[in-house]
Design a protein around this ligand. Structure first.
Ligand code: SF4
Length: 342
């Protein structure tokens, strides 16, 4: 019996190094995932369409000040080609992710979303392009975007200020998340586990913030340092603590969509499968052109940068089936009841 009825009890599971306790946590999370989503694992096709970013987050390999990052932007034709490939491979859910690239102003994002929506009226379109004004989010929504991912990164203000320059604010980021939910998007928040200066209490705050927001999706992964950033010499986050956090999120937000992230697969060759065994139920294979995969380097040694989209799709399917899960290529809508589900 996992008791999470107080902060102290949750903190205990955030920090425990008892393998039996951790396994009990994973087993309970698995049961809950199966209750709501059976053994299905939803596939999202990820298109990383620009690695330009105007921000300077201290942990990020594509931060503005990293002059070693080789920059790219996909053209509209390339983006639509990725969607076409994805559709042929069976994907019904596209995630368009990029840095906060001023080139992709509101008009260009609307153009991109509308073009995809016209070709694929039934597919889910997710944007992950950072902080914008309410008006911008509304325009994207009207153009056909259904979902929006915006990791809050940390819910603790002091910790946030240690990871970001003074020009960025946690309050604004949280505001964006509530605005997106209010507009009617299916919203995804999330954070990294093991970032410098993070304490167990910070992680507890993350969980409490997620309970307050009640998002449809939560994306978490271990912190992995990128050598050309100010935090490049810091130690990375641990597999075990990331798995415990995945399980805790499943227990506290039972119906949430929870990806087993590429970062988890990067720190351990079976990290994503272990994530699924700890309560996750989504994977996001890459649909970006092979030529640019390595350049979207938020952190070092990222996996799956050398495979074609079809190879990624087949590889993930094989891995999932090996662990007794069932790939689901449908839209995979969240079962969280908050705002309108599109
Ligand atoms: S974390 Fe996001 S906002 Fe920050 S520098 Fe990287 S891409 Fe830009």
């Amino acid at each position: 019996m996992i008791d999470l009825s107080s902060d102290a009890k949750i903190l205990h599971y955030i920090t425990t190094d008892d393998p039996a306790e951790a396994e009990a946590l994973y087993a309970t999370a698995r049961e809950l995932r199966e209750e709501h989503y059976h053994r299905d694992v939803y596939f999202r096709g990820l298109i990383e369409f620009t690695n330009y970013c105007k921000n300077d987050c201290y942990y990020c390999g594509i931060r503005r000040s990293n002059t070693k990052a080789e920059r790219y932007r996909l053209s509209m034709e390339q983006i639509l080609y990725c969607c076409q490939m994805g559709d042929m491979l069976g994907y019904r859910s596209f995630v368009l992710q990029g840095g906060e690239d001023p080139y992709f102003n509101d008009d260009r994002v609307v153009e991109m979303v509308a073009a995809i929506r016209e070709k694929y009226p039934e597919h889910a379109i997710t944007l992950s392009i950072g902080e914008r004004r309410r008006e911008s989010y509304e325009r994207f929504f009207r153009a056909g975007a259904n979902r929006y991912l915006l990791r809050h990164e940390t819910a603790n203000d002091e910790h946030y200020r240690k990871l970001h320059p003074a020009s960025m604010s946690l309050a604004e980021r949280k505001d964006c998340l509530f605005t997106l939910r209010d507009i009617g998007y299916q919203v995804g928040a999330g954070f990294m586990v093991g970032t410098p200066y993070q304490t167990p209490e910070c992680l507890l705050e993350d969980l409490r913030f997620l309970q307050e927001l009640n998002p449809h999706m939560v994306g978490i992964g271990p912190f992995i340092p990128q050598a050309d950033t100010p935090l490049g010499d810091s130690p990375g986050g641990s597999l075990e603590q990331t798995l415990r956090m995945l399980a805790l999120i499943r227990l506290l937000l039972p119906k949430v969509l929870l990806p087993a992230t590429t970062a988890l697969g990067t720190i351990n060759s079976q990290g994503r499968e272990m994530g699924l065994m700890a309560g996750a139920n989504v994977v996001m294979p890459n649909l970006s052109p092979k030529a640019v995969r390595k350049l979207y380097a938020l952190y070092d040694n990222k996996i799956c940068t050398g495979d074609e989209a079809a190879e990624c799709r087949m590889c993930m399917e094989g891995r999932i089936r090996n662990f007794g899960f069932l790939p689901d290529m449908g839209r995979g809508d969240s079962r969280v009841e908050v705002a309108a589900i599109i």
